[in-house]
Write a protein of this length. Structure first.
Length: 275
């Protein structure tokens, strides 16, 4: 069976989708931060932020204003009920080690998307997510692992630069530090890398959701081409000879035989009566 998703295929396509929507995603984050303090509205915007992979999976550049759509507030009860179900199941699993908790988290990773996109119930969303991710949990795990490792390796350089700067500040006097310039480039680099990581992660989630929920293509087996049959040589039949006309022999005329004329009966002579 051909795999629907692969680790590097999802990461590559997800990075492309995230970068294409980077300005829209940045605008949505800024709008969300500005409106997080508004009661009731912040619930809808929070649900909308969780549905970003669903919007990205449609292949269009999203608008940052989509977070204010009233349809997300309609799912308020189902959304928090779903989160409650997941928490009730995952928290006890931590007691048995982190591995079972990670497995069930990956199995239910599409539940929120299914709830908001398909409009199914929380329980049905968990069931469908478990079915869709069956056989792909290791792939989903390595997608998150590889993205995290790439971001960590890139962030090590600016983080070490900040650590060196702070360590120097501890041993120098404040008077000697007045003219020391603050290294802004590590801070800016950390912010940029963190944003790119978030955009790529959202794009990867969109790719996973789209490919795992799309119906499997129906394979039509091609019909075998008909084997050409060697044409048999056509034997031309010789025309049958025309039947010869039978010679009609003239009938021999027999000499007419004259029939003897029929004799007339002799007339009786009248007898004389005796006198």
């Amino acid at each position: 069976m051909e795999k629907k998703i692969t680790v590097f295929g999802v990461i590559g396509e997800g990075f492309s989708i995230g970068m294409k929507n980077s300005l829209s995603l940045l605008g949505a984050v800024i709008l969300y931060a500005l409106t997080i303090w508004i009661p009731y509205l912040n619930v809808g915007t929070t649900i909308a932020m969780c549905s970003i992979p669903v919007e990205l999976s449609k292949g269009k550049v999203i608008s940052p204003l989509f977070i204010f759509d009233a349809k997300y507030r309609k799912y308020m009860g189902e959304f928090f009920l779903l989160l409650g179900f997941v928490s009730i199941a995952v928290v006890p699993l931590i007691l048995f080690g982190f591995f079972p908790a990670i497995v069930i988290s990956l199995a239910w990773s599409l539940a929120v998307f299914l709830l908001l996109d398909k409009g199914v119930s929380p329980g049905e969303a968990l069931i469908q997510s478990n079915k869709l991710t069956y056989g792909y949990k290791w792939t989903l795990f390595f997608i998150s692992l590889v993205l995290g490792l790439i971001a960590t390796v890139i962030l090590l350089y600016p983080i070490f630069a900040l650590v060196d700067f702070t360590s120097c500040c501890e041993f120098d006097s404040l008077e000697s530090m007045e003219g020391m310039p603050i290294p802004w480039w590590p801070i800016i680099m950390i912010i940029i890398v963190s944003l790119v990581f978030q955009f790529a992660s959202l794009g990867a989630s969109a790719v996973v959701y789209r490919k795992l929920t799309e119906p499997a293509p129906v394979k039509v087996e091609p019909k075998p081409a008909p084997v050409p049959v060697a044409a048999e040589p056509v034997v031309k039949e010789k025309p049958a000879p025309a039947p010869k006309a039978e010679e009609v022999k003239p009938k021999e005329s027999k000499p007419a035989v004259k029939k003897p004329a029929a004799k007339k009966p002799a007339a009786k002579k009248p007898t004389k009566k005796a006198e």
